[in-house]
Design a protein around this ligand. Structure first.
Ligand code: C5P
Length: 321
């Protein structure tokens, strides 16, 4: 509880986490399974605007376009959607206002559904449903970000489930930090490439992209560069990736229950009976550090943060850096 209060004020630290979370963070540091070798600098505390500008400069939204090996050899330039993701809704045009809806249990009983749906575009994550939860999470979905487990694990029924129909899909998988694409293609965390190819062939009109791993690791570099401690050498959470994606597509971004409201709970997801504080504060993902960066960029009030778990961020097009 204390750490969440401090997070809302932007002064949380690892030492405040439960010992078992601190231990698993250390284990991930020692494991370093993506072979991260950070060579960048570590900045002193930057203002929210400085962080925003750094993200805008350093983390360029990029999806696989089929022009690099091994994808060029597999004719992926003809498999990926013709229109780049940034131009899907019109060249140079941005959504005025967007919602990013995290899957945190704390969104239950929020009655935020109507507010969420009032935004021009809504981003959701992985297998998070709207059906049965409309009053709290709304029912509009413009984009869904999915990790490779969603595509690869049979229990998600990616091919047949209605959860993944009628919206733009953006998938990702952690490549090695070196962004060795041939090696990634041979050995992804979970095989997203086969289901991607299959769905592109079956549903060529559904916009469906795979994030370029360079983009993922650029985000990681910015998080590490803004943190004095060593952060987990694992990719940022889908939540952080989605926030930055929407900052690229929208003039203003409203994020719900990423930094927890007073409804904070160990309930991992609003749609599952599974309790684990790591979902909110991080074990594998550098969540605590991502959240501190987002807190710093927040322009909404403490009242919105406490009652709605809402953070408001300026889109990249709306800031002059
Ligand atoms: O668990 P999943 O990755 O599907 O959730 C989507 C995103 O929502 C996470 O990547 C994380 O950024 C955010 N989240 C959170 N707190 C939770 C659950 C999810 O901040 N309890």
């Amino acid at each position: 509880k204390a750490v969440v209060q401090q997070l809302r004020r932007g002064i949380a630290s690892v030492g405040m986490l439960a010992p078992h979370l601190q231990k698993s963070m250390r284990d991930y540091l020692n494991l370093n399974r993506h072979h991260v070798a950070y060579r960048g600098l570590r900045r002193g505390r930057q203002s929210g605007r400085e962080v925003l500008c750094e993200l805008k400069e350093q983390a360029r939204l990029r999806t696989l376009d089929g022009t690099e090996q091994p994808f060029s050899g597999l004719a992926w330039d003809r498999l990926v959607p013709t229109r780049p993701l940034e131009q899907l809704w019109g060249q140079g045009s941005k959504f005025k206002s967007c919602a990013v809806v995290t899957s945190a249990g704390a969104i239950l009983n929020s009655s935020l559904g109507r507010e969420i749906d009032s935004h021009e575009a809504v981003l959701r994550f992985n297998a998070a449903p709207t059906e049965g939860y409309e009053n709290d999470v709304g029912n509009k979905t413009t984009i869904r970000i999915i990790n490779s487990q969603i595509l690869a694990r049979p229990r998600h029924r990616f091919t047949t489930s209605s959860l993944y129909k009628g919206m733009t899909l953006v998938a990702w998988d952690p490549a090695p930090y070196s962004v060795d694409l041939p090696r990634w293609y041979r050995n992804p965390d979970y095989d997203l490439f086969t289901p991607y190819e299959e769905r592109r062939r079956l549903h060529p009109t559904q916009p469906f992209y795979i994030l370029h791993p360079k983009f993922i690791w650029q985000l990681w570099d910015v998080i590490q560069g803004n943190t004095q401690e060593n952060i987990q050498p694992n990719p940022p959470s889908s939540g952080f990736i989605g926030i930055v994606l929407m900052m690229s597509l929208c003039e203003e971004v409203h994020v719900y229950e990423y930094i927890p409201s007073l409804r904070q709970t160990d309930l991992c997801h609003y749609h599952e009976h599974y309790y684990d504080a790591a979902c909110t504060l991080g074990a594998y993902h550098p969540l605590l550090f991502e959240k501190q960066m987002v807190q710093r960029m927040n322009s909404a009030t403490q009242h919105d943060l406490k009652t709605k778990g809402k953070v408001t961020l300026s889109g990249f097009s709306a800031v002059n850096c």
